[in-house]
Design a protein around this ligand. Structure first.
Ligand SMILES: NC(=O)c1ccc[n+]([C@@H]2O[C@H](COP(=O)([O-])OP(=O)(O)OC[C@H]3O[C@@H](n4cnc5c(N)ncnc54)[C@H](O)[C@@H]3O)[C@@H](O)[C@H]2O)c1
Ligand SMILES: N[C@H](CO)Cc1c[nH]c[nH+]1
Ligand SMILES: [Zn+2]
Length: 429
């Protein structure tokens, strides 16, 4: 049974705060285990990677092979059915078109004091992309990672993905061929993230690691931030749906379950202004759960982390929705833009009854790698900028340094840094 809350109940404020504060993703055990895995890979390199792969993915890398070969990706695309190839190509084209608009523009100009000022964007040299693959295969996440890296102009792109039992999903290989990625390592989990960050004999280190994953992957990225750059912490999927009684309860049930089926620690939450509709959605979820091939995971997630919250009206709902800062937010109402105006924190917002979150997972165009665990308060979805950095530059001539140099000298002296002051003052003559 999911949690059921009503804003008119006397204990609502406490119960909702508990829901917001629940540490669903990475508990202390995950954090401690990840620290140990990172240390082991840093010291043990490839041997540690092989051990963890045997333990968690149940295959011997020295038998199944460490890397995917270009011949394997070519063959996977060649033997893919036409409808699936068309679907991957449509997704790739739409994701590319969306991300090409994110390319940043350099600046270079002279200000009123005669100082030349600007900024130049450049891609990182090497990016490591995590494509999840423990419970499900994620060719869509491959496209969502590789395409912005390519648009940014990254020279070396290294992908890691777990291959449980040594089996790799052919659609992932076909997507790799479409996206044009050649360096693919058959390792996953925190150990793969560690290998990308520290490097091993086989895997050269990267500058930035991006991509989504389960609690161990997300925590590994979080702990390694600083050794490498990361996009954000993108852990187990989440959805908040705001829906009125004009919706078909079965559609809303399917939307909620679309994220519950990712992971037992995923979270799906419904806000509605109608208690009878809340009951209908809960019944529809039960009905659908019985038919899902993924019901074990979806049921565990819905029971442990699902919630239905009945509000007086949607004005009351929106501040609560903002506190959750969910990865995905669906606004299934007549005038979604009116509610969207009061959205402050969400990874991606799906406007209107005909915009299910799942269309964004695959083919709409915006990136589906999004911040989880309330991190949409300060992080954004994966973009071309995550693979780039900005270098500022400045140039002064004699007149320009005379215009602004004396202020620098004054500030340097006030800070008690005489070498700084001299460095400027000498040029003022
Ligand atoms: N936020 C996003 O943008 C986004 C996008 C897509 C998917 N996701 C999430 O990605 C995740 C995919 O998870 P997955 O499990 O299918 O694949 P995964 O590749 O993320 O994780 C599989 C790996 O987890 C490691 N692992 C499993 N159990 C472990 C344990 N007990 N201790 C240490 N390591 C362990 C193993 O090394 C295994 O290879 C889901 O949570 C899904 O919701 C998030
Ligand atoms: N919903 C996931 C992001 O949380 C992305 C995804 C990929 N495939 C299916 N769904
Ligand atoms: Zn999804």
């Amino acid at each position: 049974m999911p949690l059921r809350l009503t804003t008119t109940a006397p204990d609502f404020a406490t119960a909702f705060t508990n829901l917001v504060d629940a540490r669903r993703e990475a508990d202390e055990d995950v954090s401690r285990d990840v620290t140990a895995i990172l240390k082991a890979v840093r010291t043990g390199g490839d041997a540690a990677l092989a051990d963890y792969t045997q333990r968690f993915d149940h295959h011997d890398l020295n038998v199944t092979g460490w890397a995917v070969t270009p011949a394997e990706t070519r063959a996977a695309l060649d033997t893919l059915s036409t409808p699936l190839r068309d679907a991957l190509e449509l997704a790739a084209a739409r994701i590319t078109a969306y991300h090409e608009k994110q390319r940043p523009v350099d600046s270079d100009g002279v200000d009123s004091a005669g100082v030349r000022l600007g900024a130049r964007w450049s891609a990182v040299d090497a990016a490591g992309l995590y494509v999840p693959g423990g419970r499900a295969a994620y060719p869509s996440s491959l496209l969502m990672n590789v395409i912005p890296a390519k648009v940014a102009g990254v020279q070396r792109i290294a992908m890691v993905t777990p291959t449980p039992g040594g089996e790799i999903n052919p659609l992932v290989l076909a997507a790799a061929q479409i996206a044009g990625i050649e360096e693919i390592w058959r390792v996953g989990g925190a150990q793969a993230v560690a290998a990308l960050a520290y490097g091993t004999d086989r895997i050269a280190p990267v500058d930035v690691i991006t991509g989504p994953g389960n609690a161990w992957v997300a925590e590994a990225k979080r702990q390694l931030y600083g050794v490498v750059g990361i996009d954000m912490v993108a852990g187990p999927s989440e959805i908040v749906v705001v829906a009125d009684a004009k919706n078909d309860p079965d559609w809303i049930a399917a939307d909620l379950l679309s994220q519950s089926e990712h992971d037992p620690t995923s979270q799906s939450i419904l806000f509605t202004n109608d208690a009878a509709f809340a009951d209908a959605v809960e019944r529809a979820v039960e009905g659908r759960l019985g038919q899902l091939a993924t019901q074990k995971v979806a049921r565990a997630s819905w029971a442990a982390n699902g919630a239905i919250i009945v509000v007086r009206d949607f004005e009351e709902a929106m501040p609560l929705v903002n506190r959750l800062a969910a990865e995905h937010l669906e606004l299934a109402v007549d005038d979604p833009d009116a509610l969207f105006a009061s959205v402050r924190h969400a990874g991606s917002v799906f406007l209107g009854r005909m915009t299910p979150e799942a269309v964004g997972d695959y083919v709409a165009g915006p990136n589906h790698v999004l911040p989880t665990g309330r991190r949409a308060r300060f992080s954004s979805g994966l973009s071309v900028l995550d693979f780039m950095k900005r270098t500022s530059f400045l140039s002064l001539d004699d007149a320009a340094i005379r215009a602004i140099g004396p202020a620098a000298v004054a500030l340097a002296e006030a800070e008690g840094l005489p070498a700084h002051a001299a460095s400027v003052a000498l040029r003022l003559g």
